[in-house]
Design a binder for this molecule. Structure first.
Ligand code: DAH
Length: 340
């Protein structure tokens, strides 16, 4: 019996494991109810009375050693991903816990992928802009209320934080110029926008939009509707119906609010769509001739459409997120649950 115990001591000291499952297997082998040590305890009955004390102490020590060794294996695991002591450079890489993507990044990448397949160029603009790009080049009148300090964050040097991704339209038109015959200028530009809002469950001062634009010789509202349907059908993974209502924005004429049939109830009417069967999703329209001219594109020859998708809002719809503050919260516990 004493020899058995000695052998077990050495055995336990040398135990290694390559995974937490192996640690568990070791626990079962040595320390479970029918494990080696429990069996040994049974044999303890046959130990002569005068040796019981000495053997009993050894057995307790053995049990203790096994428990401690197991704990060590577990802990080394949590730290290194392997129970091998030291730096074993030959061991295979153990999978490390990677971070997850932010729900806004997931939705942005998904939409960029869809538009890349449709031949759109992905562009990006700066977050600090000037009045020309954010307002004047988009046909905003000098006294338009959006220029007000109450809506827009102005910097001391007179620049401002962009309030919408439309701010990149002029830059893109100038960069690419009018399209060649038979071609169209197709661009998509996601970006972070800022507005001087009081924050609550549905308002943020920092949010994401995604602007799209297509300019060519015969671009019409049908093209706009087609691209919007493709986009929304892919994002919501089902056939969606869209409808256009008139909307006013200085940089489009005509301008629309595009609605989709409610993704929650399918159009039957529910609290999310306020029983109308429709959800307001994105504003869009045919680019105003003045905006084309200011971008160096002849409005007599070319037409185009533009749309401004609220990425943050779309992510809320897609994931049924009720509070917009989640996005900028850095609350990893909640943000980690979005994987696709
Ligand atoms: N820039 C507008 C906003 O943030 C949204 C918008 C409306 C963009 C109509 C467009 C458009 O491209 O055609 O409120």
């Amino acid at each position: 019996m004493r020899e058995k115990i000695e052998t077990l001591f050495t055995e336990i000291e040398r135990l290694t494991a390559n995974s937490l499952e192996e640690v568990e297997a070791i626990r079962i082998k040595y320390l479970s109810k029918k494990g080696i040590i429990a069996t040994l305890m049974d044999e303890f009955r046959h130990v002569p009375a005068d040796r019981k004390r000495e053997v009993g102490m050894k057995m307790n020590a053995l049990k203790q050693a096994a428990t401690e060794r197991l704990q060590q294996l577990k802990e080394q695991f949590a730290q290194n991903g392997t129970a091998q002591a030291g730096n074993d450079l030959s061991r295979t890489a153990y999978p490390v816990a990677l971070g997850t993507r932010h729900p806004l990044s997931i939705v942005r990448e998904e939409i960029c992928d869809i538009f890349k397949r449709l031949g759109f160029t992905i562009a990006e603009g700066p977050e600090v802009e000037d009045d020309w790009h954010v307002f004047s080049s988009l046909n905003f009148a000098d006294d338009h209320p959006a220029r007000d300090m109450q809506d827009t964050f102005y910097l001391e040097n007179g620049q401002l934080l962009k309030t919408h991704t439309s701010a990149a339209q002029n830059t893109i038109m100038r960069k690419y110029g009018p399209p060649k015959p038979g071609h169209a200028l197709k661009a998509l530009f996601p970006g972070r926008c800022f507005r001087n809002e009081n924050i609550d469950a549905s308002h943020e001062n920092t949010f994401f939009q995604l602007e799209g634009m297509m300019i060519g010789e015969n671009i019409s509202i049908s093209n706009l509707i087609y691209f919007m349907k493709v986009l929304l059908t892919e994002v919501f993974e089902r056939e969606v119906k869209v409808r256009l209502r008139p909307g006013f924005f200085p940089f489009v004429e005509p301008g629309f609010e595009l609605d989709i049939n409610c993704v929650i109830c399918g159009g039957e009417g529910c609290p999310t769509c306020k029983h109308s069967g429709w959800l307001e999703l994105l504003p869009c329209g045919m680019i105003h001739p003045n905006v084309l001219s200011m971008g160096g594109i002849d409005p007599e020859k070319y037409t185009g459409f533009a749309f401004g998708l609220g990425l943050t809002r779309l992510a809320m719809m897609k994931y049924n997120i009720r509070d917009i503050r989640l996005f900028n919260s850095g609350n990893l516990k909640q943000l980690k649950q979005f994987t696709r």
